[in-house]
Design a protein around this ligand. Structure first.
Ligand code: V47
Length: 360
């Protein structure tokens, strides 16, 4: 077995990490050495740049068929805290962004028992009618798999309908942890790992770029995280369709797994750096500021992340309900630029497809 110094040297010279070496590096290498290697890798891909976009989220409902144990967002139907916005209410929410310069709408919500593929396609069309220039990044693989199965279509046929309606990209949610034993314990009812991959692989075949997430810091071990990352690396080798990887730290407020607590900051930073090093074929590593909070996000930029997501404008509830510091998450473009500059990089506005947008 090689020592971490040897492994780090070979990673820095461009060698791909095996699962075994990744475990040694993850467990034994000093954090600062990992940071240095991860930033070196980040710089070889995106130089001095750190990307952000102007976006908002639409969360049509928090009613969900599945009862995932880590989720603080879901409410049973009929609960005082459940919401099911009508299409008209959602249109109103979207109309507020006319003339604001947003370039992306991220649509995600619970898997509502009454919603079907027509509803989801209609929602996309209505958003496009109001904001014709914004890109729609919509629905997790779990929502997609459910709506497409309900419509009795193949994954390809279902995705084709959504693409025709205006879907341009797919977010990374629903991946959680791919290991089936862990998945069974934290989200036994949820769509499977195979479904997640089927949706993403098919989307890539259809020319749609997607993101991938990993929910870490609960009952999984480091080997499960490495297995998760290796599966994504394999998918990317086959299709090249992943735009960004987003490690999501388990936040423990208000859900059935609360007693687990949260992992320390050093674990977040190590996970970011190791993700950058293992996923040598994925262009972007996103430090989702809403989940980490602004301070950790600034640090994350020194551990290989090159994207911080977007302005958000207080439009997502998933993380404020799970205990994130920012109860009304929003970040101005000026704040983005300052945060990125403090970390020693240059903030660059991007669109959903990572085309750079010049100063406006
Ligand atoms: O899949 C739910 C996670 C995800 C908790 O693709 C939790 O650009 C931590 O995927 N603690 C949805 N995480 C959000 C998501 C996402 C977010 C931002 C950008 C993108 C992108 C995707 O949120 C779920 C789940 O893994 N989640 N509850 C919790 N208590």
């Amino acid at each position: 077995m090689r020592g971490w110094e040897d492994i780090l040297k070979s990673v820095k010279s461009g060698e791909r990490l095996s699962a075994e070496d990744a475990l040694t590096l993850w467990q034994e290498a000093p954090l600062w050495y990992l940071a240095e290697a991860a930033v070196e890798k980040k710089r070889s891909i995106s130089g001095d740049k750190v990307f952000y976009n102007r976006n908002f989220h639409l969360e049509p409902t928090n009613v969900c068929l599945f009862n995932c144990k880590f989720c603080s967002f879901r409410r049973p139907r009929g609960s005082a805290e459940a919401w099911e916005w009508s299409i008209e209410q959602l249109e109103e929410q979207v109309a507020r962004y006319r003339g604001t310069g947003v370039t992306e709408v991220h649509i995600v919500g619970g898997v509502h028992p009454d919603h079907n593929l027509d509803y989801y396609c209609d929602l996309i069309r209505r958003v496009k009618q109001i904001l014709p220039k914004v890109a729609i990044k919509a629905y997790t693989a779990i929502e997609l798999s459910y709506m497409i199965r309900k419509a009795e279509l193949s994954t390809r046929e279902g995705l084709e309908r959504l693409i025709e309606a205006g879907m341009e990209a797919i977010p990374g949610g629903g991946a959680e942890i791919f290991d089936s034993d862990i998945r069974l314990q934290i989200c036994p009812e949820k769509g499977s790992t195979e479904e997640w991959f089927e949706v993403h692989r098919t989307a890539h075949e259809l020319g749609i770029k997607t993101n991938a997430t990993m929910l870490y810091g609960h009952i999984e071990g480091i080997p499960h995280r490495i297995d998760h990352l290796m599966r994504l690396r394999e998918l990317q080798d086959a299709t090249g369709g992943l735009n960004a990887f987003i490690p999501l730290k388990y936040r423990n407020f208000g859900n059935p797994m609360s007693e687990i607590g949260e992992v320390p900051l050093t674990d977040d930073l190590r996970t970011l750096a190791m993700s950058r090093l293992i996923l040598d074929n994925v262009p972007h590593i996103k430090a989702y500021w809403v989940m980490y909070g602004k301070q950790t996000t600034e640090m994350a930029l020194k551990f290989g992340a090159d994207d911080v997501d977007g302005t958000i404008d207080d439009s997502t509830k998933i993380y404020s309900m799970a205990g994130a510091e920012d109860k009304r998450p929003t970040m101005s473009v000026e704040e983005m630029k300052q945060m990125v500059a403090r970390a020693g990089f240059v903030a660059v506005e991007r669109d959903t497809h990572y085309n750079e947008i010049g100063e406006q």
